[in-house]
Ligand binder design. Structure first.
Ligand code: ADP
Length: 261
């Protein structure tokens, strides 16, 4: 690793997520040739880094994120997260996914379980934690996301923003090494978006390694260490927010940014 990778005043940071030459094609439907969703994508994310992925709809952002915790299989290439080879058939996927927390657009909470049960159950099932410890932990993380008072509510009794906070607490309670956010605020009412973005910002400032797919350009500008622009399954441009937003090298990046403002 070169000195250029070093954070100011620190030694070089270790690579947390190493994505090498990843290709993925979705199989052809009856009369189509299939879709190249990822076209020779390589990206490394350093420990504690926040990488924000932007790009037009259908450019492969979500597919790339989902390959990192093996929700999508890839056709070729390798992905390694903190030493675990995600793309190795022998990798224990539930254990991997507890280390690589993911927050989805549509929360995916258990509808028939309370907020606290949603945070407790994965800890018991995946980490094998005793219930009392899992409950204590759940209360701690629900407190962190500002949802302790609603611990006994069911998802249907919570706003979208509140459900998303519970989903974030659920992921954090497994002590992930990395957090992936897939358009985590896209399905929220406008008045609850800010609170979830603030929470993501707080996680970033605490040093969590994060890969974030978002349409929130303000978040990308303010919070990202690096911004990745994807188009047609490929990484077209990558750089600091200042480089990408103010001095994009590629015409496709400039065109996209002019549309999203
Ligand atoms: P983005 O997140 O940038 O909107 P996606 O990763 O969702 O892009 O999609 C990339 C491409 O792969 C698009 O052309 C999309 O239509 C296609 N695609 C995504 N998921 C599937 C799927 N399950 N089956 C077939 N094609 C898919």
């Amino acid at each position: 690793m070169s000195a250029a990778n070093a954070a100011p005043g620190q030694g070089p940071r270790a690579i947390s997520i190493d994505i090498r030459s990843v290709n993925k094609r979705y199989p052809a439907a009856a009369n189509s040739a299939g879709v190249v969703a990822l076209d020779d994508v390589s990206l490394d994310v350093k420990s504690g880094e926040v990488v924000v992925i932007i790009g037009p709809s259908g450019s492969g952002k979500s597919t790339l994120l989902r390959t990192i915790n093996a929700l999508e299989k890839i056709d070729s290439g390798t992905i390694v997260v903190n030493g675990d080879v995600v793309t190795d058939k022998a990798t224990n996927l539930p254990v991997l996914r507890s280390k690589v927390g993911m927050v989805f657009q549509h929360f995916n909470l258990f509808a028939h379980k309370t907020a606290i049960e949603n945070v407790v159950l994965p800890q018991v099932a995946v980490k094998g934690r005793p219930r009392a410890e899992a409950e204590e932990n759940a209360r701690r993380f629900l407190g962190k996301v500002g949802m302790l008072e609603r611990a006994n509510n069911y998802p249907s009794q919570l706003s979208g923003g509140q459900q998303q906070r519970v989903a974030i607490a659920r992921a954090l309670a497994l002590n992930p090494q990395v957090m992936l956010f897939d358009e985590a605020t896209s399905a929220l009412d406008p008045e609850t978006v800010g609170g979830v973005l603030d929470l993501m910002c707080e996680l970033a400032s605490e040093g969590m390694t994060m890969v974030v797919v978002t349409h929130e350009m303000h978040f990308a500008r303010e919070v990202a260490d690096r911004v990745v622009f994807m188009d047609a399954g490929a990484i077209v441009e990558i750089g600091s927010p200042a480089q990408v937003f103010r001095n994009a090298q590629n015409e496709r990046t400039r065109k996209f940014l002019s549309l999203v403002g």
